[in-house]
Structure formats: C-alpha cells, structure tokens
Design a protein around this ligand. Sequence first.
Ligand code: ADP
Ligand code: MG
Length: 657
Amino acid sequence: MIPHLADPIIDLQNIRREFAAGDTTVVALDDLSLSIQPGEMVAIIGSSGSGKSTLLNILGCLDRPTSGAYRVARKNVSELDADELAALRREHFGFIFQRYNLLGDLSAVENVEIPAVYAGMKARERRTRATGLLERLGVATRGGHRPNQLSGGQQQRVSIARALINGAEVILADEPTGALDRRSGEEVLKILKELHREGRTIIIVTHDADVAARAERIIELRDGKIVSDRRTEGAAAPEPTEAIARTACDSGAGWTGALGRLREASRMALVAMAAHRLRAFLTMLGIIIGIAAVSSVVALGNASQRKVLSDISSLGTNTIEVFPGKDFGDARAGKIRTLVLDDARALDRQSFIAGVTPTVSTSTTVRYRGNESNVLVNGVGESYFQVKGAKLAKGRLFDSDAVRNIERQAVIDDNTRKTFFADDQTSGIGRVIWLGKVPCRIVGVIAQQQGGFGSNQNLSVYLPYTTVQAQFTGNRALRSVLLRISDEISTNLAQDAVTTLLTQRHNTRDFVILNTDDIRRTITSTTQTLAFLVAAIAVISLVVGGIGVMNIMLVSVSERISEIGVRMAVGARRSDILQQFLVEATLISSIGGIAGILIAVLLGVAINIAAPGFQVTYSMFSIGAAFLTSTGIGVAFGFFPARRAAFLDPVVALSRD
Ligand code: ADP
Ligand code: MG
C-alpha cells in the first residue's frame, strides 16, 4: 500500500507575533512557517526569549498571531470567534504547564474534571473518566487531595489527566519537566511518550536538550525564527495517520449541558465563598442590614397603619363628631360653652342624621368600700356604645329610658372593674359605687379591646349624659356631639350641612368637625409619605450594599485572574466565566437577603411579643419581593466584575502570577 501524505493537523504559514513594549514593538515570532502531522512527537527548543511559549500559545489558540495563517485540521483559526476557540481548546487540545496550574481550592479529581464540565459531560461519566485517568497515571489514591498536598510530580500527573479528559488529540506541554526533579520528570516524559504511542500528537516546549531528544522531531527557535527542524536518529518519518480532528463540537451548549454548567458554577461559587468566609460574610452584611431594615420598617409602617385604621374604623364610616373650639387642640376649647343640647336637638331633627349622641365629661373620684381612685365620667347617649364600636363584656347597657329619666346607671370599663371588682364574682354588676357624692348602680362592663376602645390606663365610667349634666357638670355645654349620618348621603355633604346649620345657630364658626373619613385619609397619606421616604432610604442602603458586592467581586476577579486563565485554557467559554462570577455575586447577595429577611421576621415576632397592640406580619409577597430584590442586586452589581473576568485575554490571564 502506498502511504499517502495526510493533511497536517497543524499548519502555520508566515506567522508573525508582535508585542508592543513601550514605544517599540518586540517581534516574538518572525515569519514562521511550520506544519505538524497528526501523531508526531515534536520538541521545540531554544534559549529563553526565543519565542517558544509565544508559539505554543498560538498553537493552542490561547493567542492570535499578528499576521499569518494558522490552520488546525484545515480549519482557519482566524475565522473563529472566542467561543469556537474555547471549543477547540476544550475538545482538541490538552495543555500541560510548567507550574501545573491546578486550582488550589479543588481536589485532584475535581481539577481533572474541569474541562469535562465545560464540555457538558454527565457528572457520573465525568467522575468515572477522571478516576480512571488518575489510576492510569498512578495517582489514583490521591484523587481527594488538594494540589498543595501533592508532590510536584503528582501534580503534573493530575494536570496530564486534566489535559486528557476530553480526549485531546494534541497535547501542548510548556516545559512540563521544568519544575520537577530528574526522576519525576523522567516519569512524566514516559507518560507523554506513551500518549504518543497511542496516536496523539505531542508538542513539548523545552530548553533541555535531553528532554528534546525523546521526541522524533526537534524544532529549534532563535529570535522567533526556526533555525533548524530535524528528525532524531532512529525516528521514522511519521506514520501517516488520518487527521482525526473532530470538528470542534460544542457539546456543553445543550440544555442539560447548560444546566450542568450552572450547577457547577454554583458549586464553584460556594467553594470560593467557603475559601473566603469572613470576606463573604462582610460583603453580605451590607445586604443583610439593608434588607432587614427595609423589610422591618415597611412591616412596622404597615402594622401601625393597620392599628390606627382599625382604631378609627370602630367609629364607623358614617359618623362625624362635632367639638367646640376653633381648631383641633384649641386651648380655649374647654371654655367654649356654645355647643349645647339644643344644638344636638336641632341636628336630630335633620333628615340626613340617623342618630345623635351628645357627650359630656368630667372627672371625679370613684369610691367603693374604702377604695378610691380618679375616674373620667362620660355622659353619653344610649347609642354611643354602638357608634363607637364598644363591646359589652358583662351585664347590659343603659337604654333611652334611662337617659330620659336621668337614671343613675353606670357602665364601667375594664380598668375600673379590675381596680375595684377583681375578686368579685359579679364583676361589679348590681353594686353601687360613689362617683364623688353621687351613688350609681353598675349595670354593665365594657370589654377591653386590643388597641381600641378603653385601651388606655385611665378608669372610665359611662352614665346617661342627662345624669352627668344633672349631677356633675350642672350646665348644658357639651363635650361633643356624635352624629350618625344616614346611608343615603355622603359624609362630606352631611358635614357641609352640619357646618351650615351650626354656624347659623352660633353666628360664628366656633366648632370643629372630626370626620372619620378625613382621619383615615390623613393617616393613609401620612403613612404613604413615610413609606416613600423609607423606600428612598432603603434604595440608597441597598445600592450601597450592592456597591459593596461589586467592590468585593472586583477584588475576587483580580485575585483569581490566573484561575480564570487556566479555566479558559482548558476550554471555558466567556459565558462560563461570566456565569461563575455572576452566580457568586448573586449567591452572596441572595444569602444576605435571606439572612436579612430572617432577622426582620425575628424582629417582628419580638415586637409582637413586646407590644401586644401591634400586629407585625410579613406576607409571602413582601418576603418574595425582598428576596428578589437581594438577588437582583447580586445580578446588577455582579455583572460588571463578571464581564470583566469573562473578557480577559486568556494568555494575559494565564501569564499573571
Ligand atoms: P520563551 O518562551 O522562548 O522563553 P517567549 O515566547 O515567552 O519566550 O517570549 C518571546 C519574546 O516575546 C521575548 O522577547 C518576550 O520578552 C516577548 N514577549 C512575550 N510575551 C510578551 C508580552 N505579553 N508582552 C511583551 N513582550 C512579550
Ligand atoms: Mg517560555
């Protein structure tokens, strides 16, 4: 059979590589042409600075020539984009470095798996292959060790296993024995020789003539030019084997591959965070504080708004209350005696008013069997309790007959019951108490309502207003008139009508009207303004937290530039690198978010226990929103650092120490 000459697997035509060095340019490779057949074992030698590494980087698609054509298995490399180059590095080439370049945070077997992760290989297959390779290279027992627990020779074997895991056809080794002792170096060369016998193309860069002598072809460089290209003695011309270069397939791009890579990126992010726990925690702290503060302030605001609204909703929607005085908090309001019972009667005659309850009040002492205390005596109408939303705990309320007949019937609040009748089976019902000099019979007890009626510490007693006027205040001036508006008319219209009527009667406007709708609206708008302010502060604090995340991610990227270089050399796409750092930033901030939410919830529970009137609650919606916010911060502020990492030049990254 006549051997036909196969296509070269590597073909360089007039390659030139220049580097800018200050004002001048350094020519590292000068019009270099070279072709290598599949299955060859080639040594590239030359003194330091002769361009060996530059050549190897171009061969491995880590670097691009300034000019000239490079073909890998007939494919023109200059036409490939970054991801296609990454695919070539991942599937086609295997790199072995002088300094092994293993990732220190990963075990030996995990290091071997990295290229397979990017190739989208299934986890189980990956692990089987990796352990198989480690076994073959004689380091099976070291699979779980970290690189710093391995000798140089062992590390180099691990890195060879890494180069082989995706079935690389071309092994590129830059001074693979340079950092090893004689014996370990010898073993590494034996392995490379064996790989060569399997049909792989091996290209070794070395400055050691002994090492070069193991190859069948030696290419010598000087000042970026090939000065000799010869076969070693006894080395036959290359067995013409077919260029088996598979087209660089992007097997990791599928749906399951992408998911696998995302999982791997998350794991890497956790590994990186575990390696810098304190730093990760401090970075999180900004997010934790921000989210905890925002969540709890919002919840507190909601709780207090709810409480106030429930307090006033007990007043009923259609009630308005008229007080004497020119304004709320009028200091002379107590002296204004123009709001009188006749006003109440006149209002009662209006068709739009469903009910009128005049109120009067005074304070006096209450006595029962030698106990004595101050009490607020409220004179009210029979419908007062219903309008105010008070609930009866025991006994009964007084009725319209009692009001008409000026009866001395008293309804006491829970504070009064506790003060005088704590041990009394009757809760005071039927007992006679002395209000000042007036004996009154207790007919009912009003329940204490959480945050509502009778929730303060004062003792209150309710009598018919007629009784209070007759027995205590002696005049006809009222503390207020509570009006129930009939449902047919709007509260505002009723309020206008009341204002007109009373102004006519008094010839002046010496009263104020409290409209429950107004109160509700005022409270709602006040809390909304507050909520807006809080939200503004929250946004600022979260932005500060986000900047913290960005800052640390930038540090993290610049600390791990050589790791990024290694990952790119073994075939990571730009998107893989972007994803890894983005996931890390997102994890940091969403874990911070979860911690912040937990703190806020605990704070809410503590407040609920300490202040029973408050009901601080967290809806699933607000928890979800807080979590999404923290995650969003991670994505937004992690993107810039991650992009910076992803767009690093592989060679530049690799050469950084
Ligand atoms: P070798 O590996 O044979 O020792 P290199 O390929 O590393 O040599 O370097 C060849 C020449 O190119 C040297 O003169 C070196 O200074 C120069 N060179 C290599 N990389 C760069 C770079 N990134 N920037 C500037 N000059 C460089
Ligand atoms: Mg070099």
